[in-house]
Ligand binder design. Structure first.
Ligand SMILES: *Cc1c(COP(=O)(O)O)cnc(C)c1O
Length: 382
């Protein structure tokens, strides 16, 4: 089972005092351990970190140093990677519907690998990057994923051959298939089912003269939650067996986001107000829905709040610091009774959190400290 990064009470309190809250603490060692975990359990599979999950520069730089590749979705992500000196051949532009600005930046920075799932996109790619390398994204079923991306993306398998032919006719380098089982996928089955569908499509394509050389199995690898702790090693071993059986001679890529960054960040936030409404307790925190807790909305994530108090659990409402009535993170959340100035630790909050935070109402985004850098300077033993 993989380890994950969690601050001790002493470290949490000491950091809160020294740096103030809200505060995000990022462990680059954990990021690297997560990357290595996947490369060890899926040997040979080329890991492309999905930058959207957490684009923090120091995190991306640590992965670049480890030899990772990157999955991007926009002009901004490509420009950031280019500015960091990441070579364009380590990048896949994996948004099936790209903006004109995105295609222009791909051309300018030399990014040459793309995904598509529709007829219209073929001409757009072919005009912007003649002869570009493309992978067709296939729609797969996975009702068990937390965030089902297949409602928005993926060509139905029955359209695959027609789309591959159209891309070939437009002079593109038709190089492979890809899929994304959906985020926080709880089992290997969605992957092994999708791999079987891709094998069938790759056979049909081969009979039509295509020489597909890549299969991209996407992201979706889960992180632990209080309810589930999926054995990702066992999951990877099932996926590995399926790949060995169906695609022994194909170069395999993956695009993990959450798995790489989710367990590497802790949020420290403070109780700044307490109120009773309709006989329920409300706790106001200095971090809210417009900040790190944006994942409640965009990622459907239920964050774990740890206070360092003992006591009987009650149900309370947790709200953010802004003046918007929408800024409520949790209702009926079990908690021990809290007091103003209590610090709360939120582990496993590195994915789809600060990435979608805003500065609405003038609240700055939470500062991000690198754990390995601050540890040395802490007065407490950790
Ligand atoms: C968001 C995304 C990912 C990462 O998904 P996770 O569930 O975070 O692993 C990978 N590939 C594509 C195309 C994506 O849109």
């Amino acid at each position: 089972m993989q380890s994950y990064f969690k601050l001790t009470r002493a470290a949490t309190e000491s950091l809160a005092e020294k740096y103030g809250t809200p505060l995000l603490v990022l462990s680059l060692d954990q990021v690297k351990a997560n990357y290595r975990f996947l490369t060890e359990h899926l040997p040979g599979v080329k890991v492309h970190y999905a930058v959207k999950a957490n684009p923090e520069r120091r995190l991306v730089a640590a992965l670049a140093e480890e030899g990772a590749r990157f999955d991007v979705a926009s002009d901004g992500e490509m420009l950031d990677l280019a500015a960091m000196g990441v070579s364009p051949d380590r990048i896949i532009y994996a948004n099936p519907i790209k903006t004109a600005g995105g295609l222009a930046v791909a051309r300018r920075t030399g990014v040459n690998k793309f995904t598509f799932d529709s007829e219209n996109e073929i001409g757009r790619i072919a005009r912007a990057i003649p002869g570009g390398t493309v992978l067709l994204r296939i729609k797969v079923e996975n009702p068990q994923a937390l965030v089902d991306l297949n409602k928005k993306f993926g060509a139905p398998p029955e359209d695959a051959l027609r789309l591959l032919r159209l891309a070939r006719e437009q002079g593109l380098d038709v190089a492979g298939l890809c899929f994304h089982v959906g985020s926080q996928s709880m089992s290997a089955k969605a992957y092994t089912d999708a791999i079987k569908v891709c094998r069938r499509l790759a056979d049909a394509a081969a009979a039509d003269g295509f020489k597909l050389r890549y299969l991209d199995i996407g992201g979706g690898f889960p992180i632990p939650t209080p309810q589930d702790n999926v054995d990702v090693a066992a999951m990877a071993s099932e996926i590995r067996a399926s790949l060995a059986a169906s695609f022994p001679d194909t170069e395999i890529w993956s695009e993990p986001g959450r798995f790489i960054c989710g367990t590497a960040v802790n949020l420290i936030t403070s109780v700044i107000g307490i109120q009773t409404r309709n006989s329920q307790l409300w706790y106001f925190l200095d971090e809210g829905l417009y900040g790190t807790f944006s994942g409640v909305i965009f990622d459907h994530w239920d964050f774990e709040l740890e206070s360092f108090r003992a006591g009987e659990r009650i149900a309370a409402t947790f709200a953010g610091p802004s003046c918007d009535s929408f800024d409520v993170m949790f209702r009926d959340k079990p908690t021990v009774p809290l007091a103003v100035d209590d610090v709360i630790l939120v582990p496993n909050c590195g994915a789809y959190t600060s990435a979608s935070a805003t500065t609405f109402n003038g609240f700055s985004k939470a500062n991000i400290l690198i754990w390995e850098e601050v540890r040395a300077g802490l007065a407490v033993k950790v």
